[in-house]
Design a protein around this ligand. Sequence first.
Ligand code: GLP
Length: 245
Amino acid sequence: MRVVVERTARGAADVAASLIADVLSARDGAALALPTGRTAAAVYAAVVARHRTGRARFDAARIFDLDEFLGIAPDDPRSFASFLRAHLLSQVDVAPQRVHLLDGAAPRWRGEATRCERAIAAAGGLDLAVLGIGANGHIGFNEPAATLAATTHRVRLAASTRRRHADAFGGAARVPRYALTMGVGTIMRARRVLLVATGAEKARIVARALGGAIATRVPASLLQGHPDGIAVLDRDAASRLRAVE
Ligand code: GLP
């Protein structure tokens, strides 16, 4: 995996935004899988700035989200769909019919998972999967486990993940127990993967994911096996990289 270390979180977001813009201009109809979270919000701010100066075009882009809370509808303000709309989709020239967001409230999650996989296949596969990393090493909502599902599936969220999202739901106990997520096979089949991590609180897990053994207990470590993987870090997130043997 190629590792790029920027001095600041803002610098890392800028580099990530320029890599996203490159993929958008390389192929008309480029298909992107996109994450949510604090790190992603900074990347999207940099992407929107590029869009406003004509350096990132979404008119032909196809957009997929990586994950969604189960039971939460796309128009619920706590949904990842709402997050993506607020931080990116409402601010760029993307065509609504090319936006494929998971419906966490779909009556049958299996049908929703199949719909998502079919839409990705119809787009000719993902050109780029943009990923954040959870403090426990999750990508999308692929939580650490003895085995990982390949395609889009329902996952039981780790207790630490539910605590992390407690504020949005008024307490960890109210955070949905399950989510939908693209599987690691779907992510690894993307032609390029871009992992973005910033801040000292990600240093330990980044060191394990990028410098440690490949293990399903650290889902992000699987990205080491990707033929075109790039990690964009700030100095704080990269600070322990050499500390892992
Ligand atoms: C959530 C998302 C992940 C994301 C992670 C990190 O758990 N499901 O896709 O990578 O948050 O978020 P943050 O950047 O806020 O640390």
